[in-house]
Each structure stands twice: as structure tokens, then as C-alpha cells.
Design a protein around this ligand. Sequence first.
Ligand code: CP
Length: 312
Amino acid sequence: MKNYLSITDLGPLAKGVAEALKLKENPTRFQGLGKNKTLGLLFFNNSLRTRLSTQKAALNLGMNVMVMNFGNEGWALEFTDGTVMDQGTSEHIKEAAQVISQYCDMVAIRAFASLKHKEKDEAEKVLNGFMRHASIPVINMESSIRHPLQALADAITLAEARKTSRPKVVLSWAPHPKALPHAVANSFVEMMKLQDAEFLVTHPEGYELNKRIVGDVRVEYDQQKALENADFVYVKNWSSYNSYGAVLTQDPNWMITREKLGSAQFMHCLPVRRNVVVEDAVLDSEQSLVIAQANNRTYAAQLVLKKILESI
Ligand code: CP
């Protein structure tokens, strides 16, 4: 594997999940693979899990890691060709990507959607800028459109926790005070399309995800109906896609409660706002998989790094 931009870059998902579970059994087995190789982690946005789990994964493989927070430490980057750089940007992606390619053997990038301009966000200028100008493999640590490391960790968690061969999995929108991106929901949908499962999405009208990603996945606007007999309930807020970035409702009736969850297992990528997205009684119950999901971020990242190391 040369780059990891989307869950589909991994090849057959079930095979990838099985390999990640093997890595989890003995995380330091391939310590020699990353010797004298350096991973650069570039953050244009905040992180807890992605930063630490990807570092941990690299250390498990014997790699060196360098982290840079572009938001407050790096020069402001310019992404447009031919610009007269007499405004706020100090360094062009052309130089930055080539320089980083000399210091690192692969680079992982987090750059969220602005939620202001759909077309600009979908152009993925940061990720694609590095794809264009870097000479090393590129890993997506959450871009405007996708969060494929989270989706892979979720696939590993589903494989560990499933009690039936074809579970019912529901992706439910939940309220949130801020406008949030679509990347986690998009990648979860893309991952679930590769699973043998009964999968549906539930959200209030106006919160339809990108049709090109959802395709023919069933959408049920009645949350109660969607949650009936669910085995897994994956909860996430996202802002409107059609009224791009808008918060159309914060209806608290969409919060996940113990009563709504029934006997299903609860999933969320974290961080989560307690008693807004989901009530304490769910997060603090044995039905919550959120800590297991965060743990599996390490093995998701480790699988991706291992596959790239094997290809360079
Ligand atoms: N789930 C996730 O990506 O967490 P962080 O934003 O803390 O990295």
C-alpha cells in the first residue's frame, strides 16, 4: 500500500481486520520493520486519540516519530499555484512538502473541513497538496471528507464485539452545540458498505450526508424505528451537508439514552459531549465500546504503517 487516504486503500477489509487483530495480540512483533524509518505527523487541527495512537503504533513498529502542529507552530502555508504571496501565507506547499519528504519516510496529515465552502473543502487542498508535492507516502488522519483510521478501528471493534454473523448496525445523528464535519460519518458509511451487516442511517430531515458516499444505504428519519432490534448503535453529530455547515436543530430528543439503546452496544469515535450526544448511563455502562474503539486506533494505525513500510 502506497498511501492511506480512504478505507478502500486497504484492500479486502476482513483480511485487514484479521491482520490488525494479530498485531494486537503481539504489538511489538515487527519492531525491526520500522528501524531507521521516520513518520512525520502534521496537525492542522486538535487531536488526542489520533496523535497518541498513531505515535504508539509507530513506536510499536520501531519507527521514529516527529510531530508538528501547523495550527500554532508552523508557517502559514499557501496552496494556490501562481499566487503573489504578499498576504498572510509565508511558505508554499511546493517547498514545504519537498522539505518534509527529505526528513521523513512517510507523512500523516490531519486537516479538517472549514464547513464554510463546500467546494473548497472537497478539494482537500492540504491532503492533495501533499499528495501532489511530497515524494513520500501520505496517510489521512482526518481530512475534510474522510477519517479512515477511525473507520478501520471501528471495523476492528465491530469484529471483536459482534455476537451474530450479520448484525444490525445503525448510524444515528445526535445533537451538538457546534457545527461538526462529516468525515467520521462518511468513513463509517464507507466502511459499513464493505461489511456483511444490516446497516442503516438515521438523522433528522436536512442532515442527509453526501449522496455520492451514502449511495443506496437505507436512511430512516424515525430514530425510534431505526433503533429497533439494533445490535450496534454508532452515534455521531454532523452539520448539514446540503445547507453546508449549518446547525439546523439541536433537538435533545435525538440524544441516545439507555432506554433507546435497549440491548445494543454503543459506539462513538470520541471526544463526546456527555448528556448532549449521549447520556452518562450509556457511556458508563458495559454496553459502551468507546474505550475499546479508542484502543483499536493503535492497531488500525499499526496495520496501515506496517503495510506502507512493507511497500517502501
Ligand atoms: N476520534 C478521534 O479522531 O479523536 P481525536 O480527534 O482526539 O484524534
